[in-house]
Design a protein around this ligand. Structure first.
Ligand SMILES: [Zn+2]
Length: 299
């Protein structure tokens, strides 16, 4: 474990995550204007479907809005319960492959854990501890935890209830912060029901006029080959070097092994490839809602 970047948290900086020298950023014309300082009083509200989506796909935009003088509120939408992740963490030696030397696991390849595998106790608290460390690194003005059970995958009825529960809470924020901009994930392009549910909420609330200034971040863009990540994006954010440094510090919160602070590198064990790719790519990908958008679980 190496300690970097001050006393905020002890960070394990694995060689792979540290390897991302800035490369020449792809130039894509900006078709959505950057946030204007004149909107200073109105917050920008970013919705992270799970712990780790914030650092992977929202952080650069969060820092851009902060630099423009906007208050930034970061919402954790779901509680991130995940029995599979609990089972993975109970496995020794660490199942993360040894494609990197040293072993990419921040624990060095051995966890020595025996967590309950209902996934709701240790996992939720520990993932949220990582989220709070990431939010602190990003310097957001407010963290809002919806604490919504992440259970939309079991069927259509469960999915629809998940959408309803998220919508109720987003509606309350829209009422409390009139004129706020709302940044969701581009769930129609992504891999989980929870991400899709968030964009379904946006679709519903845009249609009934509850929210109007809305953008969508493609968090899973980094799962694509580099040259395809910007496909369909309305705006590619080229993250300045100083912001990229901060974004990487947020990502390290998800690869820190510090049990005394409830940090177990869960984000890294959950989505190592996404974190590696995002660490190495100083861009974020912002979409608008497609005209042929189809709400619902099946897409
Ligand atoms: Zn591990």
């Amino acid at each position: 474990m190496n300690s970097i970047d001050g006393p905020t948290f002890a960070v394990s900086r694995r060689s792979v995550l540290a390897a991302g020298a800035l490369t020449a950023a792809a130039v894509v014309h900006q078709s959505v204007r950057a946030p204007a300082a004149s909107a200073a009083a109105k917050p920008a509200i970013f919705y992270s479907p799970h712990q780790d989506d914030d650092a992977i796909g929202l952080a650069g935009s969060i820092l851009e809005h902060r630099a423009a003088g906007r208050p930034v509120y970061l919402v954790l939408v779901s509680d991130g319960r995940n029995p599979d992740l609990a089972r993975l963490m109970n496995t020794d030696p660490c199942p993360l492959t040894t494609w990197a030397d040293p072993h990419p696991c921040a624990a060095g390849g051995s966890h020595r854990l025996s967590w309950p595998t209902d996934g709701t106790n240790k996992i939720v608290a520990a993932r949220t501890a990582e989220f709070m460390a990431s939010a602190k690194a990003l310097g957001v003005d407010k963290v809002i935890n919806f604490k919504i059970a992440d259970d939309g995958f079991s069927g259509t009825a469960a999915y629809d209830r998940l959408v309803d529960r998220i919508a109720t809470k987003v509606e309350a924020l829209a009422e409390r912060y009139p004129g706020a901009s709302h940044k969701f994930s581009a769930g129609w392009l992504e891999h989980t029901e929870t991400h899709k549910a968030c964009s379904d909420v946006a679709y519903r609330l845009m249609n009934d006029g509850t929210i109007s200034d809305v953008r969508f971040h493609h968090v899973y863009a980094y799962a694509r080959p580099r040259a395809r990540r910007a496909d369909g994006a309305a705006y590619v954010l080229n993250i300045p070097g100083s912001h990229m440094k901060t974004k990487r510090n947020a990502m390290y919160a998800y690869n820190t092994w510090d049990p005394g602070r409830n940090l177990y590198a869960l984000g890294y064990h959950s989505v190592p490839e996404l974190l590696e790719a995002a660490h190495d790519d100083p861009r974020e990908f912002v979409h608008t809602l497609p005209s042929d958008y189809r709400p619902g679980k099946g897409n």
